[in-house]
Design a protein around this ligand. Structure first.
Ligand SMILES: NC(=O)c1ccc[n+]([C@@H]2O[C@H](COP(=O)([O-])OP(=O)(O)OC[C@H]3O[C@@H](n4cnc5c(N)ncnc54)[C@H](OP(=O)(O)O)[C@@H]3O)[C@@H](O)[C@H]2O)c1
Length: 220
């Protein structure tokens, strides 16, 4: 195992694009001036790669993290990662998305999109920020202008792909120092190359939590 500037290659592989995206999301929240005393942070798609690592990083930084997941039996795992509370997917079943609803979140990390993001926006506190990175639920965003013009909510797009190299190096430096996830071992499992097809089927079926690291060895 090689250690490069604070991270082993195993750790860097476990962090991957999902962890990098989580770090960018957390940075957007911090740059917006939202600190742990400002209130709960909602993380959607919480058992996925971006979600799990966001729960971990935010918990490590002392934020109160509310993890939203479609896998309620995984609550102990999310609490171990750093969630203060675990709730179901949003909007709640049968729940309506109003232009504005009870203000709950100081910030949101959302890799899910669709009605989940629309609901999250309608329930943000005044001056909050939603760091949005994905479309695991849907690419649609069925919202209104109300959260933005009446609560001063900011929508921050997170793109890990085209980020310029100097900024990319800075995020990796953070991941190797203050933002090294606290529970990489817990949220990462190792699989062999031969196990990849089964793992992909499981991912598509929604039966996976956290990250899988493909360990390449002689003869697989
Ligand atoms: N912008 C970027 O630079 C960037 C970087 C990395 C990833 N992404 C994007 O971010 C998204 C998430 O990536 P990931 O690596 O975290 O994927 P992932 O590991 O598959 O996790 C996605 C999670 O979203 C939830 N989910 C899945 N289907 C859903 C649905 N129909 N409705 C609501 N929630 C659903 C599930 O969590 P629960 O079961 O816990 O609810 C799932 O574990 C993807 O769209 C990916 O393309 C973007």
């Amino acid at each position: 195992m090689v250690k490069l500037d604070g991270l082993t290659t195993d750790q860097a592989a476990a962090v991957g694009t999902a962890g990098f995206t989580a770090a960018m999301s957390v940075n957007a929240i911090r740059a917006h001036g939202i600190g742990p005393s400002d209130g709960p942070i909602l993380v959607t798609g919480a058992t996925g790669g971006v979600g799990s690592l966001s729960v971990d990083l935010l918990g490590k930084l002392g934020y109160e993290v509310v993890a939203s997941t479609g896998k309620p039996d995984i609550e102990p795992y999310l609490r171990d990662l750093g969630a203060s509370a675990v709730i179901g997917r949003l909007p709640p079943e049968g729940g309506k998305i109003r232009p504005l609803d009870k203000a709950r979140w100081a910030a949101v990390v959302d890799p899910v999109g669709g009605p989940t993001l629309a609901y999250a926006l309608s329930t943000m506190k005044y001056g909050g920020i939603a760091a949005i990175s994905g479309l695991a639920g849907s690419a649609e965003l069925p919202t209104t202008v109300h959260p933005f013009i009446l609560r001063g909510v900011t929508l921050a797009g997170i793109d890990s792909v085209q980020l310029p190299i100097d900024k990319r190096r800075e995020v990796w430096r953070q991941l190797a120092t203050e933002l090294t996830p606290a529970h990489l071992g817990l949220l990462t499992s190792n699989i062999s190359v031969l196990e990849v097809p089964d793992a992909l089927r499981k991912i598509i079926g929604g039966g996976v939590t956290g990250r899988m690291r493909v360990v390449v060895k002689d003869g697989f």
